[in-house]
Design a protein around this ligand. Structure first.
Ligand SMILES: [Zn+2]
Length: 500
């Protein structure tokens, strides 16, 4: 059997589709007033509706369609003016009603896409070559979450399982992609972007560890050049970017091995085990008809008027990828640099505020933020509210460098003090006894004194021993306690020494 890399390059093509469940960050649940937040005592956030007690009726939380609309705009989806809630029937201990309220044949939104940079990675995980690729999104519908069964880490776990219904009725959107991904890294870049976009529009808190974003990966392989899809498996509940990437790679390799050995792929649901770095078969994959979908009789259709949709669209902020492209074009940032500056909406706002305050010196603003400020604060945490140095403060520092008051070296010292004391750059420079000396007349006087005090070196220099120039620079710097602007010193000494 050929090695996997060769088989992938020459014989097989992976086809991957992703289903992502994102929790909408409303304060209360979708059909009852219970809090939707994470971390409460088990079953504290429950009521007859989300416990599924007989006779309890759901009422739609009006915050849910609004958040879902922002999520739809973030992914260029078209919102249907009428969508319908349906019952998805199945039994599970953490689903007390025996059905989940979801949407089926009339979903909230359809036909979206994202067009984003993506790249394969080398063995060390470094991107190889970025290119733009469009990934289509088939639909995004609204549904409620189920509760959670706990089989481990509880008292008497050997004999008992526990059910926590705090999650029951938490609002979700399910974002279903087209099978447009051809590698695990494309999937990785897509999920990263999707999280970023949902955070930009404040529809989801993006917290993977708390389960606010979960991914199911549908993976199949086919012969290169073939148009038909192979049999796919679905790996469920991947809750970290790395797991998504690794589980897909594992599944591609497993399927190639099965087919190369003469076997065939079974359509099934699988689970990723991170400790063993492999997927396991969990159950046969259900078809839609297994769920006996029918319209939810206790809820009216969800109606979003064209006016409401337009009004919400008008409130949608600039999205991360358009903003990244604008940063690249307007400020001359590379793909990596513009991606870094648009990591979060807050970081992007901070950068733009700084560029504006610094009179358009985007390169300087980027360098100070990327190299100095982000060395202290992770980029995810950078915001106008929390940064120890404001954009205006950074702009003042940049201006002091531009007008020659501060050398780069001195500026770094001033920046350190700005961080620790919170004082503005100008006040720190004054306390340090003034900034760099750039006054040409003042420096020329000192240079002339240095030349007069060193007649032997002057004669030698003028006779052709040019390396002595550094000696004169050193003397002037010494006389000014290192504060002279080196460029002005060079010019003054050249003028005086080279004069006939
Ligand atoms: Zn409730």
């Amino acid at each position: 059997m050929l090695d996997l890399a060769t088989l992938l390059r020459e014989k097989y093509e992976p086809v991957i589709g992703l289903e992502i469940h994102a929790q909408l960050n409303t304060r209360s649940k979708i059909f009852c007033p219970c809090p939707a937040d994470f971390g409460a005592e088990p079953n504290a956030n429950t009521c007859p509706v989300c416990l599924g007690l007989p006779g309890a009726l759901p009422t739609l939380n009006q915050g849910v369609p609004e958040k879902a609309a922002f999520a739809a705009f973030a992914l260029n989806l078209r919102i249907n003016e009428v969508s319908v809630f349906s019952r998805k029937n199945y039994f599970y201990p953490d689903l007390p009603k025996g059905y989940q309220i979801s949407q089926y044949d009339q979903p909230f939104s359809v036909a979206g896409y994202v067009e984003i940079p993506t790249s394969e990675r080398d063995e060390t995980g470094r991107p190889i070559a970025w290119r733009l690729k469009r990934f289509r999104i088939q639909r995004m519908h609204i549904e409620e979450d189920a509760g959670k069964s706990l089989h481990e880490g509880m008292p008497d776990s050997a004999n008992s399982s526990y059910v926590n219904l705090n999650r029951s009725g938490v609002p979700l959107v399910e974002i279903v992609s087209e099978p447009d991904f051809r590698s695990s890294w494309e999937a990785y870049d897509y999920v990263q972007y999707l999280r970023r976009a949902l955070l930009y529009v404040n529809a989801c808190d993006g917290n993977l560890e708390e389960g606010s974003l979960r991914c199911d990966a549908n993976v199949s392989i086919r012969r290169r050049g073939s148009e038909t899809l192979g049999t796919r498996t679905e790996t469920k509940n991947l809750n970290s970017f790395r797991f998504i990437q690794r589980a897909i790679d594992y599944e591609i390799a497993r399927q190639i091995r099965v087919i190369e050995e003469g076997g065939r792929i079974v359509q099934e649901t699988r689970l990723w085990n991170e400790r063993e770095a492999r997927t396991y078969a969990m159950r046969g994959k259900e078809e839609a008809h297994d769920y006996r979908y029918f319209p939810e009789p206790d809820l009216p259709p969800l109606v979003m008027s064209a006016e409401t949709i337009a009004a919400l669209r008008a409130q949608t902020p600039e999205l991360p990828e358009p903003r990244r492209r604008r940063f690249a074009e307007d400020y001359g940032l590379s793909l990596e640099d513009s991606t870094l500056m648009t990591t979060t909406r807050e970081a992007a706002d901070f950068f733009e505020a700084c560029v504006k305050a610094a009179g358009g010196q985007a390169r300087a603003a980027f360098n100070w933020i990327a190299n100095e400020l982000l060395a202290r604060i992770p980029v995810e945490k950078l915001s106008l509210a929390t940064s120890p140095v404001s954009p205006a403060g950074l702009a003042e520092l940049i201006a002091l460098i531009a007008d020659g008051t501060l050398s780069n070296k001195l500026a770094k010292e001033v920046f350190e003090q700005m961080l620790t004391t919170g004082k503005p750059a100008k006040a720190i420079v004054q306390a340090l006894g003034g900034g760099q000396v750039s006054d040409a007349g003042q420096i020329e006087t000192i240079a002339a004194e240095v030349i007069a005090a060193n007649p032997k070196q002057t004669a030698e220099y003028r006779a052709g021993k040019t390396p002595l120039f550094a000696f004169f620079v050193g003397q002037v710097m010494k006389a000014t306690k290192g504060k002279a602007n080196p460029q002005v010193v060079n010019e003054a000494l050249k003028r005086l020494l080279d004069a006939p």
